[in-house]
Write a protein that binds this ligand. Structure first.
Ligand code: ATP
Ligand code: MG
Length: 364
């Protein structure tokens, strides 16, 4: 539930490229909500590739400290990355996830009610700290002189359990939101969590993930998740069904690598990258972030689609407990998209970033 706050202090990290053009959208939309949320206070913070090239660091210590000690949440724009490895540089977004223990990457993918195309209203909850992304790779030379590359894949009970809990909590929350706004979703059944895995082949690692997530519901003494249906899908067949009948999914939960792949696939179901939001969440902190990158090809033109960022701000609000104002933002965005009069070039329109922000604020 929302804490009683008099202000909402948000760290704002535009970082690079179009991140700097879209992040003001979050600020303007949150300000337009008026008294339905605590007065937002925005704290601009530095990070990014540009900052690295100028000052030698991609993530200043001060940014981390301010986020940890002063902020209720944060919004991140986008980061550019050099095409080849640069000595001393590492991605600030990856570092921020570590420093703030943002172990879940939450990506809702939803179609706009009333618009042509497949009906989708799902969330991918991606484990964000382990799996193949522990980056423990090594190269060996075999006796015959040929190479052998090996990567370690780590799955722990602790990480699987906390990501599972996050998924079940989210399923309950979405059910509450549907109850409060019955027209807002086509989903009529009970909340559902689908575990994505490949334990038929990787019985030890994916087996542990699957069993641990199942146990979150089945071994919970308080029966907190009794109302949530629990299903599972082998990742390959999940992808098949995702493209054929995406409407069957509510909350899905996956280890890092599968989560990475299926979330880009799911995003393709609903159009432009410029529409897809995410948050990085932990137990104590959350940071909204559009899924897209810094888009150097359109940087500086004022035509970046701000909707992914606006939806990320709504996600952050909802995560902090302000579900009604978050729903208002999403309804305003959907109404602008459905009308189709104001849209940026990635959606086939001619409008600027600012014109789209204005249109959303008008609807609010
Ligand atoms: P990065 O290395 O920064 O992640 P990338 O190569 O992955 O960059 P993105 O920045 O994600 O690429 O962009 C991919 C394509 O989608 C580009 O053509 C870009 O212009 C387009 N795109 C991404 N975000 C938006 C947006 N908000 N509005 C319009 N077009 C976008
Ligand atoms: Mg990218």
């Amino acid at each position: 539930a929302a804490l009683k706050r008099s202000t909402l202090k948000l760290g704002m990290i535009p970082a690079d490229g179009i991140g700097r053009e879209v992040l003001p959208a979050a600020q303007r939309v949150l300000e337009a909500l008026g008294s339905s949320i605590p007065k937002p206070e925005f704290i601009p913070l530095l990070a990014g590739w540009d900052h690295f090239t100028k000052f030698g660091t991609a993530l200043p210590e001060e940014t981390i400290q301010v986020l940890k000690t002063e902020c209720d949440g944060a919004m991140f724009g986008a980061v550019s990355s050099p095409s080849n490895k640069v000595e001393g540089y590492s991605s600030p977004i990856v570092a921020l996830r570590k420093h703030l223990d943002l172990y879940a990457n939450i990506r809702p993918v939803a179609s706009v009610p009333g618009m042509d195309g497949k009906q989708v209203n799902m969330v991918i909850v991606r484990e964000n700290t382990e799996c193949l992304y522990v980056k423990q790779e090594k190269m060996e030379i075999l006796p015959d002189g040929s190479k052998k590359a090996v990567a370690i894949r780590q799955i722990t009970e602790r990480a699987s359990s906390r990501i599972g809990r996050m998924a079940f909590e989210l399923a309950l929350k979405r059910a509450e939101e549907r109850a409060a706004n019955p027209g807002g979703s086509f989903w009529k059944g009970p909340p559902k969590v689908t575990i994505i895995h490949k334990s038929n082949v990787l019985s030890v690692t994916d087996g542990l993930f699957r069993e641990t997530v199942r146990a979150v519901k089945e071994k919970d003494a308080s029966n907190r998740y009794a109302s949530v249906d629990l299903e599972e899908q082998i990742v390959d067949s999940m992808v098949y069904r995702l493209f054929r009948e995406p409407e069957i999914f509510d909350v899905t939960v996956a280890p890092n690598l599968y989560g990475d792949i299926i979330s880009d696939g799911a995003a393709a179901l609903v159009g432009s990258l410029g529409l897809v939001p995410s948050i990085n969440a932990g137990d104590n902190f959350a940071m909204g972030e559009p899924v897209h990158g810094s888009a150097p090809d359109i940087e500086g033109k004022g035509i970046a689609n701000p909707i992914a960022t606006i939806r990320s701000a709504a996600l952050l609000l909802s995560h902090l407990g302000y579900t009604a104002p978050a729903a208002r933002i999403n309804a305003a965005v959907n109404s602008v998209l459905l009308e189709g009069k104001v849209s940026t070039p990635d959606l086939g329109g001619k409008s600027s970033t600012n014109e789209v922000i204005d249109a959303v604020i008008n609807k609010l």
